[in-house]
Design a binder for this molecule. Structure first.
Ligand code: RIB
Length: 287
C-alpha cells in the first residue's frame, strides 16, 4: 500500500539559545543551521524512513526544496512548484529541548486543489492520507480522500478549532498532543473520547501516548527517549512512523510501540526531517 501525505514543506531555520528568550531581549544563538522541515515533509520523511512507500502532495517555491524531500526517499511527483517562495520556520531551541516556532506559510498556501486531487489519481482503497493544518484546502482533500476509500490520519497541528471541526467528519484517526486535546475539549465542550471519530491518539511527550477507540480498551505506550536533545518534530515523527506501521498491517498496540520508539530516537537528535530514524534503527530500539 501507499502512504500519501498532503502537507507543508518548509525550510527550518534552527537557532540554539542559551536560555528562553524574554520580551524585549536581544540574544545571540549558540548554534544555527537550516534544514528541510514542515509538519507535512517531516511526516513524509518519518514514514518513508520507517519503511513505507510515501508520496508527498504539497507546494514548494523555485529553490528546489522538493529535491531535498526526494533525497529522503519520498515520491515528490505530487509537489507543485509555484512562484511563491517555499514556506519557512524560525525555530528557537531552548535548553532542555523545548522550542518555539514561527512559520511563514509561503508556497504552502498557494496549493492548487485540482492538481492536489489529481495527485491522488493512483490511490487505492485502504491507502493512507496524512494531513495537518499548515496547507490550504485541508478539509476538501480529506473529504476527497475519504470518498476514494482512503483512511485519513489527521494531525490537528498547528491547532485551530475551526479547522478541526471542518476536517473531523473526514477523519479516521485524529492525532493531537495533550495541549491540543485540552484546547479542543475547551473549544467543543466535549471530552476528546466522545468526538465523532473512529480513533483518537494523544501524544504526551515524556508521559507517553494513548490510543482511544470507542468500544475497545485504551492502548497506552510509555515514552522511549533515552535522552532529549530537541523535541522539534517529535509529533511528526510519531505520526509518520505510526502511519508506516499501520500501513504494514501492524495491530494498533504494536504500531503505537513502533511510533513511540521512533519518536524516542528522534528527540535524541538535533533537527527535524533529517533527524527521523530508519526502520532498522527503530527495530533495534524495540529489540
Ligand atoms: O513540527 C515541527 C515543524 O513545525 C517544523 O519542521 C516547522 O517547519 C513547523 O512546520
Amino acid at each position: 500500500m501507499t502512504v500519501y501525505c498532503y502537507g507543508s514543506i518548509n525550510l527550518d531555520h534552527l537557532y540554539t539559545l542559551p536560555h528562553r528568550l524574554t520580551p524585549g531581549e536581544t540574544l545571540a544563538a549558540t548554534a544555527y543551521h537550516i534544514e528541510l522541515g514542515g509538519k507535512g515533509a517531516n511526516q513524509s520523511v518519518a514514514a518513508a524512513r520507517a519503511g513505507a512507500v510515501v508520496r508527498h502532495i504539497g507546494a514548494a517555491g523555485p529553490g528546489g526544496a522538493q529535491a531535498q524531500l526526494a533525497a529522503f526517499g519520498v515520491d515528490v511527483s505530487g509537489v507543485q512548484v509555484v512562484a511563491e517562495a517555499t514556506g519557512h520556520a524560525i525555530i528557537l531551541l531552548e535548553p532542555g529541548g523545548e522550542n518555539s516556532i514561527v512559520i511563514h506559510p509561503g508556497a504552502n498556501r498557494s496549493l492548487d486543489l485540482t492538481a492536489a486531487k489529481e495527485a491522488l489519481g493512483a490511490a487505492e482503497i485502504g491507502d493512507l492520507l496524512l494531513i495537518q493544518n499548515e496547507v490550504a484546502h485541508v478539509a476538501q482533500m480529506a473529504e476527497y480522500a475519504m470518498g476514494l476509500g482512503m483512511e485519513v490520519i489527521y494531525s490537528a497541528a498547528p491547532f485551530d478549532p475551526a479547522a478541526v471541526e471542518a476536517v473531523l467528519p473526514f477523519t479516521n484517526i485524529l492525532i493531537m498532543n495533550a495541549v491540543e486535546a485540552a484546547q479542543l475539549q475547551a473549544a467543543l465542550g466535549i471530552p476528546f473520547e466522545d468526538l465523532p471519530v473512529e480513533t483518537v491518539v494523544v501524544t504526551k511527550g515524556a508521559e507517553g501516548a494513548s490510543w482511544h477507540a470507542p468500544g475497545t480498551p485504551e492502548i497506552y505506550v510509555p515514552a522511549m527517549a533515552a535522552r532529549v536533545i530537541d523535541t522539534t518534530g517529535a509529533g511528526d515523527c510519531f505520526t509518520g512512523a505510526l502511519a508506516a506501521a499501520l500501513d504494514a498491517a501492524l495491530w494498533p498496540p504494536e504500531a503505537m510501540r513502533f511510533a513511540a520508539a521512533a519518536a524516542g530516537l528522534q528527540v535524541g537528535r538535533m533537527g527535524t526531517a533529517a533527524a527521523m530514524p530508519t526502520r532498522a534503527e527503530i527495530d533495534a530500539a524495540l529489540a
